[in-house]
Design a protein around this ligand. Sequence first.
Ligand code: ATP
Ligand code: MG
Length: 316
Amino acid sequence: MIEFQQVSKHHHGQVAVDRLSLHIRAGELLVLIGPSGSGKSTTLKMINRLVEHDSGKILFAGEPIRRLRPEDLRRRMGYAIQSIGLFPHWTVERNIACVPRLLAWPAARIRDRVDELLTLLQLEPAEYRDRYPHELSGGQQQRVGVARALAADPEVLLMDEPFGALDPVTRLALQDELLRIHRMSGKTIVLVTHDIDEAMRLASRLVLLDGGRIAQAGTPLELLTRPASERVRNFIGRSDLGLRLLERQTLADHVRPGAPAGDRTLEALPADCTLREALSTMVLHGVDEMAVGEAAGPVRGHIRLTDLVRAGAWLK
Ligand SMILES: Nc1ncnc2c1ncn2[C@@H]1O[C@H](COP(=O)(O)OP(=O)(O)OP(=O)(O)O)[C@@H](O)[C@H]1O
Ligand SMILES: [Mg+2]
């Protein structure tokens, strides 16, 4: 879908991206992660030509992006970023409708789409569509920015720390929303974050940049369990490794049949909760067995503490 071939970018003689080769496949949710200044944003912005590359080649659907007009490229790629974004003298509706208007969608279709996106991002349309950006909180502005990126159903979504200004609860909810959108639409998404937990949750593939080069690329599990270097290992975070592995699995795959032997007054854990959450809940209640159920459904079985301990054991 998007292919970098030996791409470099310099700023004032300093290298920001150094002979980067990377193939972003159609439908993947690729997360770029790395320390500050490692070239994540530069890499992202080269894709839609907000930043022009100095050398090498970038292909989009087989075609060098230099041959495409930047406006056309940007219509095919939604772009959401943390810091800027919304036009201050335009309402929320007009901001979101930016690309659909350029594409001359009929007014009714635009209106429906704006409603749909505001609802998706948990902003009540009647309340928010006519507001101006300065009448929104930082997190609400960010959500409008994400809605704008999604508006014309682009082939590719480019997101640069799109959830940076959000509180942890809203952030988690939007991460879930993004995963749902990705699952439903099969869109190609390239997301930049420096939050390792966010990267682990979202990525179908992770690319760790360091000094403008790829330190390692692979699935979250590969980077966790087979880091290519000490630097990668340190960046991913050694001490939380066990918990991060639990974070990547849900209870559904570990349920034992039958009700738990111990305390039955505790509410059942939902089958879609992560093993990490399950561990945390067991620790909080001081129990080593808990029932597992569907959301608001009957008890499906149970889980033991030892199951969790074994599920994380990659070093054994
Ligand atoms: N417009 C610019 N002019 C000069 N140097 C720049 C410019 N944009 C980026 N750089 C430099 O290029 C390097 C890579 O920057 P980039 O913004 O891609 O990093 P990043 O990985 O996104 O970092 P962060 O996590 O802090 O956002 C940095 O050393 C930065 O100072
Ligand atoms: Mg950046």
